[in-house]
Design a protein around this ligand. Structure first.
Ligand code: PLP
Ligand code: COI
Length: 355
């Protein structure tokens, strides 16, 4: 086998015929195969595609103790012509390696990330759903595999890709809790990295918010608890005075979302004014009082574009009419049309799986 070639071992049986594509709970079902590559002695070995299944580890596995683990979320879509395409995977590769750098992990080369993903998708190509709002969710991830409990960067890593057929992450407009006590990220921290610990730290506040009836938390800045940041699984956008505004990235405390940057480019191309800047909760409350805040929505790979109907801040509920959000509707519809090939992909976002 030539260097870089991917050895494929096919699963003896497929789960495809027993998977109900009309009922796809998010992230609970996985395809027949997975990709794995090992980094050791300073180099990446060849990737292998294997039947999906459990891994065995030593209890001292460094990642279990110190969380040296990063991941990405990407979607492959079934196009109207029957072919399949991945949404902006090169952007995810760039962000993955930024996360890797921050977490003292090695870069993953393009041939493992992109070519490996394409080959895995070709092996499990029948798993790409075609229903509206459905996709094959691609989860690349990397974690340290040293067997040692001293605190240090691992010398060995696994890079893996698994695939999960998914429907919509949220089916209704969201009720959001504006968090004033807990924080997600601080300047100088790891907020911009897609690393496991950011999600682990969000679970307890998110559990409390869920118990109060909310779908997600809107995080505030760590210093003053005044400026809105992002939600647990999505970036946020607001429409105020007809302008689309979203928190800026400079502080390094929020994820540089691929959907976020796509929404910005699309909105500009549709003639909207877009502002990336600090947004204080006071500005949103003021806009709500005056009636100039008309829309709010989240943007992310899993959630696509999800409208926000309620934002609870202390005793005040910002209540928005999800049935009257023309900007969110237009962006959601146009993105979906680009993703399934109904309209031309003038941005060059879609990457064919077998090109
Ligand atoms: N913010 C957080 C914390 C996320 O987990 C996600 C999901 O990936 C996003 C934002 C949106 O990023 P993207 O559009 O790249 O999926
Ligand atoms: C994504 O949208 O890909 C995410 O990573 C969000 C969540 C499932 C963690």
């Amino acid at each position: 086998m030539q260097k870089g070639a991917i050895k494929v071992t096919k699963a003896a049986t497929s789960k495809l015929s027993t998977t109900d594509f009309n009922n796809l709970p998010f992230g609970k079902l996985f395809t027949d195969h997975m990709l794995i590559a090992e980094y050791k002695d300073g180099v990446w070995g060849d990737a292998e595609i294997l039947p999906y299944g459990p891994l065995r580890f030593d209890p001292s596995l460094t990642t279990l103790h110190y969380g040296q683990s990063i991941f990405e979320g990407i979607k492959a879509y079934r196009m109207k012509d029957g072919s399949a395409a991945i949404f902006r995977p090169y952007e995810n590769l760039k962000r993955f390696n930024k996360s890797a750098h921050r977490m003292a992990m090695p870069d993953v080369p393009e041939h493992l990330f992109i070519d490996g993903m394409k080959q895995l998708l070709n092996v499990d190509e029948k798993w790409i759903p075609s229903a509206e709002d459905h996709a094959l969710y691609i989860r690349p991830f990397m974690f340290g595999t040293d067997e040692v409990i001293g605190v240090a960067p691992s010398s060995k890593y696994y890079f893996m890709i698994i695939l999960s057929p998914v429907g919509p992450y949220f089916s209704n407009p969201l009720n959001i809790y504006v968090e004033e006590q807990f924080v997600r990220a601080a300047p100088g921290g790891v907020g911009y990295a897609k690393t496991a610990g950011n999600y682990a730290a969000s679970l307890f506040p998110a559990k409390l918010a869920k118990e109060k009836g909310f779908d997600q938390i809107l995080w505030m800045d760590a210093n003053e608890h005044k400026f809105v940041q992002e939600c647990g699984a999505m970036n946020v956008f607001f429409v105020m005075d007809g302008k689309l505004i979203t928190p800026s990235l400079e502080a390094g405390t929020i994820l540089d979302g691929i959907t976020r940057k796509s929404v910005i480019d699309l909105a500009k191309s549709l003639g909207k004014t877009v502002e990336e800047r600090e947004i204080s909760i006071d500005e949103l409350l003021e806009g709500y009082k005056k009636g100039s805040l008309t829309e709010a929505f989240g943007a992310g790979t899993a959630v696509t574009v999800s409208k926000i109907a309620g934002l609870q801040y202390k005793d005040t509920l910002i209540s928005l009419d999800a049935n009257n959000m023309p900007v969110a509707d237009l962006i959601k519809k146009t993105m979906a049309e680009i993703k399934d090939g109904s309209i031309p992909d003038s941005f060059g976002w879609m990457v064919r799986t077998n090109a």
